[in-house]
Design a protein around this ligand. Structure first.
Ligand code: MG
Length: 311
């Protein structure tokens, strides 16, 4: 789940950040978040298992609920308060299709071949949270441009993660992600951000996936060992991504629609959103929501390029 600007926590206020507003987790705490991450990863696997033309998005939600409950955990998004004062989120996962950006509510909608489905899952296990999202093309139609777009989105995410070394500035991570997205001919969506993860699914700081003047001037921070962040770039297929002379991206924005939750671009747009929860460690980034198929053979403390294209 992405954090909205409206939810902005009271955090880092000046250029010289005070990491005291950003929790630093111990190795044991990171291990606990990783156990929650394994729950999320398994729930995403279960969700993918039901994706087919003709399936309803509520089937995806049922699969996620059953998976999380079966692992003795709780869905973080079910009952999540609406930052704009509307009804709480009514499902265990967000399912956003095609032009929907984030926070789609699962329901009666029926999937069609060739649609791009984004599934976002958060879970709490033993008091610790994790948050991740995958993007899946509904089987049955061949669209190599769409497949490439999804691959570009994963590559963007993993390029950002790979740069999450202690001492890096967050703006450098965002810069890497936006440059890669734009180089591949895609735009990005602003206003929905990555975030800290810990006892709550949304904690300080905001971790946007593109560079804005506001990030540079007020909200940038230095990565320190023990920080745990959800990283979640949102790309627009063939969108016009432009970067100004200050290195800041001019991106599309989108707000929640009539149901109070679903954020969408105009019909005809195609949006991809992928996400991992990542710990910064002394030896580099560690993905805490890696799916089982990708855990084997991957050194979780090193660059994940080449082993993360499917999450
Ligand atoms: Mg998130």
């Amino acid at each position: 789940m992405s954090q909205s600007v409206a939810e902005r926590p009271a955090v880092v206020s000046v250029r010289e950040e005070r990491h005291g507003a950003i929790a630093l987790r111990t190795a044991d705490e990171i291990a606990a978040i990783e156990r929650a991450g394994a729950v999320v990863a398994a729930a995403l696997e279960a969700a993918q298992g039901v994706i087919r033309a003709g399936a309803s998005t509520s089937e995806i939600d049922r699969a996620v609920r059953a998976s999380i409950a079966g692992q003795g955990a709780e869905p973080s998004f079910l009952g999540y308060p609406n930052p704009n004062g509307g009804a709480a989120f009514p499902a265990a996962c967000c399912v956003s299709v095609d032009n929907e950006v984030v926070h789609g509510i699962p329901g009666a909608r029926t999937l069609r071949a060739g649609e791009l489905v984004k599934i976002d899952v958060g879970a709490r296990l033993d008091g610790w949270c994790a948050d991740a999202a995958v993007a899946v093309v509904v089987p049955g139609a061949v669209d190599s441009a769409l497949d490439a777009f999804v691959a570009d989105s994963w590559e963007t995410l993993h390029a950002g993660i790979a740069a999450m070394q202690p001492g890096a500035r967050w703006s450098d991570i965002a810069d890497r992600m936006q440059r890669l997205a734009v180089a591949r001919g895609h735009g990005m969506v602003d206003g929905w951000h990555g975030h800290g993860v810990g006892r709550q699914v949304h904690e300080a700081p905001q971790a946007p996936s593109l560079v804005s003047h506001g990030l540079r001037a007020e909200r940038d921070f230095t990565l320190l060992p023990g920080m745990v962040l959800a990283v979640e770039p949102i790309l627009v297929l063939g969108g016009r991504g432009t970067i100004d002379a200050d290195g800041c991206m001019q991106a599309q924005t989108a707000a929640a629609g009539a149901d109070g939750w679903t954020v969408a671009l105009p019909e005809g747009s195609v949006v991809c959103h992928v996400e991992h929860t990542v710990a910064v460690t002394r030896s580099g980034p560690r993905i805490l929501t890696r799916r089982p198929a990708n855990r084997a053979g991957c050194d979780s403390n090193t660059n994940h390029g080449g082993c993360g294209l499917t999450g």
